[in-house]
Design a protein around this ligand. Structure first.
Ligand code: BES
Ligand code: MN
Ligand code: ZN
Length: 492
């Protein structure tokens, strides 16, 4: 990832020395569109005819539409790039998506001046950094590369500087998660992922602890060891701790780190199996989030507990029928080795609970059933009622769609096992996401405020780029976690 340089700019439109000026367009309720706030001076340089000229080029103001126009000397900048915000009045998510679409269209440009910051500075910055994101680590030719520098039209005030800094840090955390997800599984395996997490943690001044397979065995982490037993590349548990100034609350983060999920002995079908390189998206998100908490000096204690394993079939694999003794002593009968995420999470949740946190936020690419229920772009949130609803609401507010899901009582009994305390799957397909939620709940300390975010769909974009979302790893739900942490810091 190479990010563009970002700055605030008070330059008047006529003096703008950038190569491209980005203006927003907004669809009207009836026909036609208007220019978004901030574009007046650019319009004046066109003698008030900018809407007409753009209309003649086909512009409508539709979300993410990009229309380029040469200025022919009317401005110092050579090109106006008009990007659609969609319907009025634009929300921050509309600004973020438009900024993302503009940033993608600016690839190869040296310097742009963005007026969307006049609508929403934070969203314009986040959208720009995320839209400019590319992953070229494995390309012989990296192509044009992202826009080199973007100036945001905004007063150079203390408040705006703080917003620029926070928005940049948040977008960089998302990019960090994307980089980890996009790294292929031959290079990102438990030990190498643990190393990268430890390096990121150390650079941010966090306390870092890595348990290797021997330490996991001594500690009795039967879930992580069981799932990791089929791979020649043995599992890890990473712990990253941050203690902020005047920390008021303690928040535990847990994320699923399956570096590749073949399903194990309960082997997955071959179609799209390569996407299981993203089965560590939850882990990537919590690693990036605890580092972000330190960068932004949240007045919280944040402890990330990250179980990492590769789920492979082999002569040493765990198998259907095995009984695992989890960290903390509960026993689990494995009926399907492809329901592995909940097994490594269970160990990590029990370990995280030992720190006596006030809140537990957990995230995973947990179930295909999440996709069936909510589709590719809406995460399912389960947990204790109040905190679950709070996390779902915040997820929606930051534009990472999420929806609160129930844990119906009658499903719990379907996880009863003939010989162990619990089975890892039910005997049917109904409510698969909720059954997984029930399983996790068995390991969450009673009365702890808890939310699990199932991002099986949202973590990975298998289609084309849209808005600020690139192909591949999306970094969801980093921005939700960041906003929940900020909310806890402010409101307890
Ligand atoms: N990693 C998968 C879930 C998944 C599926 C994530 C599709 C992203 C896209 C998880 O480990 C899994 O295999 N879950 C099983 C559970 C089942 C065996 C109860 C599933 O959803 O099929
Ligand atoms: Mn699986
Ligand atoms: Zn999985």
């Amino acid at each position: 990832m190479t990010a563009p340089k970002l700055a605030l700019s008070e330059q008047a439109a006529a003096d703008i020395t950038a190569d491209v000026v980005v203006v927003g367009t907004v669809q009207q309720d009836g026909d036609g569109f208007t220019l978004a706030p901030g574009a007046d001076a650019v319009d004046a340089a066109f003698d008030g005819s900018l809407v007409d000229v753009l209309t003649s080029l086909g512009a409508t103001g539709k979300a993410e539409e990009v229309v380029k126009l040469p200025t022919l000397g009317k401005l110092k900048a050579g090109v106006v790039l008009a990007v659609g915000l969609g319907k009025q009045d634009p929300t921050s998510e509309q600004v973020r998506r438009a900024a993302g679409a503009a940033a993608r269209a600016l690839s190869g440009v040296k310097r742009a001046h963005n007026l969307l910051s006049q609508v929403d500075l934070q969203a314009a910055v986040e959208g720009t950094v995320l839209g400019a994101y590319t992953f070229t680590e494995y390309k012989s030719d990296a192509g044009d590369g992202p826009v080199g520098r973007v100036d945001f039209a905004a007063e150079n005030s203390k408040e705006n500087k703080a917003t620029l800094k926070a928005a940049t840090a948040i977008a960089e955390a998302v990019s960090t998660a994307r980089d980890l997800i996009n790294t292929p599984p031959n290079d990102l395996f438990p030990a190498s992922f643990a190393d990268r997490a430890a390096k990121l943690g150390e650079a941010a001044g966090l306390t870092v602890e890595v348990l290797d397979e021997k330490a996991l065995r001594r500690g009795g982490f039967g879930g992580i060891l069981g799932v990791g037993s089929g791979s020649s590349r043995l599992p890890r548990l990473v712990r990253l701790s941050y203690k902020g100034p005047k920390a008021s609350k303690k928040v535990a983060l847990v994320g699923k780190g399956i570096t590749f999920d073949t399903g194990g002995i309960s082997l997955k079908p071959p179609a799209n199996m390569e996407e299981m390189t993203s089965d560590m998206s939850g882990a990537a998100a919590v690693v990036a989030s605890v580092v972000l908490a330190a960068k932004l000096k949240y007045p919280l204690e944040v402890i990330a507990t990250v179980p990492i394993a590769e789920n492979m079939p082999s002569g040493t694999s765990y198998r259907p029928g095995d009984v695992l003794t989890m960290y903390g002593g509960k026993t689990v009968e494995v009926l399907n080795t492809d329901a592995e995420g909940r097994l490594i999470l269970a160990d990590a949740i029990v370990r995280a609970g030992e720190d006596n946190p006030d809140y537990l936020i957990e995230t995973a690419t947990l179930t295909g059933a999440q996709l069936v229920a909510l589709g590719k772009r809406t995460a399912g949130v389960m947990g204790s009622d109040d905190f679950r609803d709070r996390v779902a609401r915040i997820g929606q507010a930051v534009g990472e769609n999420s929806w609160a899901m129930p844990l119906p009582d009658e499903l719990r009994g379907d996880l009863d096992s003939r010989i162990a305390d619990l089975a890892n799957v039910t005997g049917h397909r109904w409510g698969g996401m909720l059954a997984a939620g029930h399983f996790l709940k068995e390991f969450v300390p009673a009365d702890l405020e808890w939310a699990h975010i199932d991002v099986a769909g949202p973590a990975y974009n298998s289609g084309g780029a849209f808005g600020y979302t690139a192909r591949g790893g999306t970094g969801v739900p980093v921005r939700t976690i960041a906003a929940v942490l900020a909310d806890i810091a402010e409101n307890g």
